[in-house]
Design a protein around this ligand. Structure first.
Ligand code: SIN
Length: 492
């Protein structure tokens, strides 16, 4: 089915929205301008959405602020019920949401439907956590005092989300925000706004009040600046590049906002001589090629000990060769296109740089014969730490293999970066597992496992990979303020 027919079908089901959402109303850009949304696999235009800017964002903030006055006072049990209803709706529309994700983002349909389950799990989890926002009673140092701590919602939240997970990066932010009584203005990527709009439509159907969830998209810098400048926005939560994260951090200083940043990674995937090769190949494949290498936690450097290097390289290349590239709607496809030309050029330039400095192509290494932004799943050998591909995130389907001798050397290579999001190790040695895990300067470590993301565990990085944690019981703290209360004169 072509993009237009699928879009028409999704429109009939009410899930393909092509307007922004402000104060519970679907609206166009005030100047009528639009931006086209493309299917990256075919280049077809799916639809157009409003190209919004600061005026619409200010109205969205004001709606969120009005809604905050009542939503923050609703009981936790009621917020929980609304979120649970939203979760049920997301799950009952799993297929259509998956289709929307594949249509605008390109990932294979099975993986897209998997993202819906993953994304919805944050809403389910935080619907439960809504009821567990406990305060504290503190033993008072003086007999006539009683001290306690209240946890209260921060207020209006600006959520700026990326194109690689059009649903899950929204729900991971909006779930905890709504659960504790905050309201949100979402700015999805202009490359993938349709899933965000569909999710927002389902939030209204779930009875989440108008204004609690707003969606604006279009001119990224105008929207970002309006969110930063507003004193009503008390928190910015962002997933995306480190460069943009730094700008948001600087911009948030003027109004001293709370900030959560999930930024770029440069994940090492260390394969020790004592690893089970099959486990290491399976885990590395998953860690590297999820979403065609377009995740912040994707293995960026596969660091392999010299005793297992040749065996691993052969088995891994064979596994990579079996990956099926194509339109995400076709049966059996595991690798979709890259999101756009810029992403393709970045991959090409990193590969060229590595080859020019002595790396060898073991598999792939070119644009795919399908054309457009498809790239061959690639394995490179003899990669060195000073090559661009080892220094920065490639965000594409290229696995560079680096060689090491000792455990100390592997740890040094792994930590020799400003990033610190995810790391993976493959080993059968328990003592080594602990030693290396403790030495890695990363927020997440997968041991003999390439997929570690789940709603129940804290997701986030150290160093320049970000601030704060998402998901899990810790994720809700990012949306709460502590208020210490001292009751005096209590002996009378
Ligand atoms: C990301 O790439 O930013 C998120 C990946 C994940 O949640 O696993």
């Amino acid at each position: 089915m072509d993009a237009q027919s699928l879009a028409a079908r999704l429109k009939t089901s009410g899930l393909l929205r092509s307007q922004g959402l402000i104060g519970g109303k679907w609206v166009d850009a005030y100047d009528g301008k639009t931006v086209k949304v493309h299917n990256p696999a075919t280049g077809e235009v799916i639809t157009e959405v409003p190209c919004m800017g600061s005026r619409e964002t200010k109205d969205a903030i004001s709606s969120a602020n009005d809604a905050f006055q009542s939503w923050s006072k609703v009981t936790a049990a009621e917020r929980s019920r609304h979120l649970r209803k939203w979760y049920d709706l997301l799950i009952s529309h799993k297929e259509e949401l998956g289709q929307l994700i594949t249509l605008e983002q390109g990932k294979p349909l099975k993986e897209a439907i998997g993202e819906v389950g993953y994304g919805a799990s944050f809403i389910e989890f935080f619907s439960e956590e809504a009821k567990r926002v406990y305060g504290d009673i503190i033993p008072a140092p003086l007999a006539d005092r009683r001290l306690f701590v209240l946890k209260q919602p921060v207020g209006v939240v600006g959520a700026i989300t990326p194109w690689n997970f059009p649903l899950a990066m929204i729900t991971r932010k909006v779930g905890p925000a709504l659960a504790c009584g905050c309201t949100v203005v979402i700015k999805p990527s202009e490359l993938t706004p349709l899933t965000a709009l569909a999710a927002a439509e389902l939030s209204l159907q779930a009875g989440i009040p108008p204004g609690a969830v707003n969606v604006v998209m279009g001119k990224a810098s105008d929207i970002g600046d309006s969110l930063l400048e507003s004193s009503q926005v008390r928190k910015i939560t962002f997933t995306g590049s480190t460069a943009v994260g730094k700008k948001l951090m600087a911009g948030a200083a003027a109004t001293v906002k709370k900030l959560s940043l999930e930024l770029g990674g440069n994940a090492p995937c260390i394969v020790f001589d004592d690893a089970d090769v099959d486990v290491a190949v399976k885990g590395t494949l998953a860690a590297k090629f999820r979403n065609s290498g377009q995740t912040c936690v994707c293995a960026n450097r596969v660091i392999v000990q010299e005793g297992i290097y040749e065996r691993f390289a052969t088995a891994f290349s064979k596994a990579v060769q079996n990956l099926q590239v194509g339109d995400g709607f076709s049966e059996g496809i595991t690798q979709g296109p890259l999101i756009n030309e810029a992403a393709l050029h970045k991959v090409e330039s990193f590969v060229e740089d590595a080859i020019s400095k002595g790396a060898k192509i073991l598999l792939g290494g070119r644009r795919h014969s399908l054309g457009r932004t498809f790239y061959e799943p690639t394995v490179m050998g003899d990669v060195k730490s000073d090559m661009l591909i080892s220094r920065e995130e490639v965000f594409g389907p290229v696995a560079p293999l680096l060689r090491f001798r000792t455990e100390e050397e592997a740890i040094h290579m792994a930590n020799d970066t400003n990033a610190g999001l995810a790391a993976y190790i493959f080993t059968s040695n328990v003592q080594r597992t602990w030693r290396v895990t403790e030495a890695l300067e990363y927020g997440l470590v997968g041991v003999n496992e390439g997929i570690v993301s789940t709603e129940v565990a804290p997701f986030g990085g150290v160093k320049q990979s970000g601030l704060g944690r998402e998901g899990s019981k810790y994720g809700i703290d990012e949306y709460l303020e502590l208020k210490y209360v001292c009751l005096g004169n209590m002996e009378h």
